[in-house]
Structures are given as structure tokens and as C-alpha cells.
Ligand binder design. Structure first.
Ligand code: ZN
Length: 314
């Protein structure tokens, strides 16, 4: 079966500390919507929190496994170094003021590859950038907290930290990415889709270590199961150790480590986050997949408390 080119990112998943602090930062400061509150299906004592635009469409979903007393990791080779968000051109002054108001740690905006970039850290030290892009995106922002004129329009892309760029570059090209630009130590690749198309590679000697404050994996989007199985076969033919397909309820996924050790996921665009609660109520209830439903009481008792302010925008 022939593989269809990858059109861009699906989601990025990171390891956070305190879930309540994580929730407040991404909803109240960055103005994303909590689109799903569930548990890590592989470790049900931990939340899995999903933030995105109104429906968390593929290319907007930033997700976290928060461990209250987790060990800090170190950002380095074999990880996503930076997650980039797409914001409208001219919006960075607004964001600098907002970051000042909320005590967010950030660097002065700078020019890179013909774009203005504002780098900042979340409360766990994870690194992000707002990229004020001249490029169009089809993503509608969640305009309930940050005014629409400035609000985040999903991902712009990710920066991958690698020991050696070549093997990762080769894989990206196999996936349909094209090398489009280079500046200092950064090489940019772009997918053919319309949203979340950028992958930047930077080489580093610093070795990454998993833990709180690091990205766990990056997911690329595929249309459906057929597209995913075609990729599963093609990647196995190239020698990658690809998992069986896993049912993540809101998408279905395969995983493998690329040659620099970064955990890649391919996730289907279907069925989406409104499969088990209405679009207007996304994130309000703790959702569990059918195979965990009968353990709900035990699971809820083991999770840390997390108070949500799902109604009131501010
Ligand atoms: Zn994932």
C-alpha cells in the first residue's frame, strides 16, 4: 500500500509537574481550551490533559502527563526541544505585555528566518515559541480568553534536538517533508499541509533525559487507519521498530523511535475529541475509555484533585 505524505503535526505530549498549575497556565495565560481530561491509558494514576482550539483539531493539541512529584528531566538530543505556536503577524507586543502581567519567563522577541519569534517557558521550564507568521492558517483560534486577533492558532511546528541531523532529515524527507531553509544551526523542513507544517532540526551535544519539563513525544497526523497501516508497513520496511496500533479513543496511533531517539507517533485525524462528550462541554468531566469505565471510583480516588474553571472566560 502506498503511503500518503505527512501533512503536519497532530499533537505534542510533554511531562509536567502539578496538574492544577499546568491547567491554569495553558488555559488562563495562553488561552487554550481544555478539550479533554482523561488519564494516561498506560498509567491510570496520572492525568492526561489535552489543550487546543475549540475542538482540539489535529495540529492544535498540546497534551500533558502531569506528575506532581515527578523528577525533572533535561532538554537535549533525542527530544523535542521547543514547541512552536502560530500567532498572527504583529501580535507579539500583546503577548509580551500579557507575559509581564502573568509573570511568564520569556526572552526578548527576535528575528529568525524572516519571522518574529517570542520564546518563553511554562511553569515546568518547558520551552515554547510564539511565531508571528505571515503564512495563512486554516486553524480557528479559541477566542474566549485571549482576543481572537492575537490568539494562538495551533502549532507552527517543533524544533527537534539531535546529535546528528542527517538520519532524522532522511526520515523527514521519507515522510514527505522538504528542506526549505537554513539559518545558523537550524535547518527547516516543511510538510505539504496547511497547518503545523514546520519541523526544525538543531544539532546539540547535550544529551536529553526524560522527566518533568521535557517533551515526551511528537505526533504527526494521518487521515485514517488505512493511511496509518501503510506507514506502519513502510517504516518497518525501513528497519524502524514500530508498535502495533493503539486505540487512544480520540485517535489511533502507532509509535517508534527515530534514529536520534525521539519518540515519534503517527495519529489518525479521526474520530476526534467530541466522540464521548458534546463539543460545548469538552474537558468538563473526567473521561475514561470503555475498558477502564468499571474502575472509575478507584481511578478517581487515586488522581490528585484538579479544580476546573470551565465555565467562566476571563
Ligand atoms: Zn501522543
Amino acid at each position: 500500500m502506498a503511503t500518503a505524505p505527512i501533512e503536519g503535526l497532530h499533537h505534542v505530549t510533554s511531562v509536567a509537574g502539578d496538574p492544577a498549575r499546568n491547567y491554569r497556565f495553558f488555559t488562563e495565560v495562553l488561552g487554550l481550551r481544555l478539550v479533554k481530561r482523561t488519564v494516561n491509558f498506560d498509567d491510570v494514576t496520572t492525568y492526561h490533559l489535552y489543550y487546543g482550539n475549540e475542538v482540539g483539531e489535529p495540529g492544535t493539541a498540546l497534551t500533558f502527563f502531569p506528575f506532581e512529584d515527578g523528577r525533572p528531566g533535561r532538554v537535549g538530543a533525542g527530544q523535542v526541544q521547543t514547541t512552536q505556536f502560530h500567532v498572527p503577524e504583529g501580535s507579539l507586543d500583546y503577548w509580551v505585555e500579557r507575559f509581564d502581567d502573568h509573570g511568564v519567563e520569556y526572552d526578548a522577541p527576535e528575528d529568525r528566518l524572516d519571522e518574529r519569534v517570542l520564546a518563553f517557558r511554562d511553569p515546568d521550564g518547558l520551552e515554547y515559541e510564539l511565531v508571528a507568521s505571515t503564512q495563512e492558517t486554516t486553524v480557528e483560534p479559541w477566542g474566549e480568553v485571549v482576543p481572537e486577533a492575537y490568539a494562538i492558532r495551533g502549532f507552527y511546528g517543533v524544533t527537534l534536538a539531535v546529535h546528528e541531523a542527517e538520519p532524522t532529515a532522511t526520515l523527514l524527507e521519507t515522510m514527505g517533508y522538504e528542506r526549505v531553509a537554513e539559518e545558523s544551526d537550524r535547518t527547516r523542513y516543511e510538510a505539504s499541509g496547511e497547518t503545523a507544517v514546520v519541523v526544525d532540526l538543531v544539532e546539540t551535544d547535550v544529551g536529553g533525559r526524560p522527566g518533568v519539563g521535557t517533551v515526551h513525544h511528537v505526533a504527526f497526523r494521518v487521515a485514517d487507519d488505512d493511511a496509518e497501516f501503510a506507514w506502519q508497513e513502510a517504516l518497518r520496511d525501513q528497519g524502524f521498530d514500530v508498535t502495533e496500533q493503539k486505540d487512544r479513543q480520540y485517535f489511533r496511533s502507532i509509535y517508534f523511535r527515530e534514529r536520534n531517539g525521539i519518540l515519534f507517533e503517527f495519529a489518525t485525524e479521526v474520530p476526534g475529541f467530541d466522540r464521548d462528550e458534546p463539543a460545548e462541554a469538552l474537558g468538563e468531566e473526567l473521561k475514561l475509555p470503555p475498558w477502564l469505565a468499571e474502575d472509575r471510583d478507584r481511578i478517581e480516588a487515586e488522581l490528585p484533585p484538579l479544580e476546573l474553571d470551565t465555565g467562566a472566560a476571563q
